[in-house]
Design a binder for this molecule. Structure first.
Ligand code: SF4
Ligand code: SF4
Length: 113
């Protein structure tokens, strides 16, 4: 198994999760982060840190799309190992919105660190 970041992260990107990951397996897109499933050691410490509740274990049903997104984009986007302050100023306005992948997903890479 692995943990995955879902679209609840899109346009929120609070980055609390990267601070606690012991194996630095987060990767940064323009407006969301993803986890590299082959690097994640399933420790679960990131899940309760996310203010957007965007991180879930892939043992939950219905997360196939997010496993694919995390796998694909963690191979393309730069690694990020600390909160680099890239949280959007209007992040709270997008917390909890439905359907963010279709409306706002960007395949562009973030800055990483
Ligand atoms: S803490 Fe949650 S919203 Fe913030 S970057 Fe991590 S997964 Fe995304
Ligand atoms: S479950 Fe652990 S290893 Fe996996 S992304 Fe979260 S903090 Fe990192």
């Amino acid at each position: 198994m692995t943990y995955v970041v879902t679209d609840a992260c899109i346009k929120c990107k609070y980055m609390d999760c990267v601070e606690v990951c012991p194996v630095d397996c987060f990767y940064e897109g323009e407006n969301m982060l993803v986890i590299n499933p082959s690097e994640c050691i399933d420790c679960g410490v990131c899940e309760p840190e996310c203010p957007a509740e965007a991180i879930l274990p892939d043992t939950e049903s219905g997360l196939e799309q997010w496993l694919e997104v995390n796998t694909a984009y963690s191979a393309e986007w730069p690694n990020v190992t600390r909160n680099t302050g890239q949280t959007p100023a209007d992040a709270d306005a997008f917390k909890g919105l439905e359907g963010k992948f279709d409306k706002f997903f960007s395949a562009e890479p973030g800055k990483g660190d």
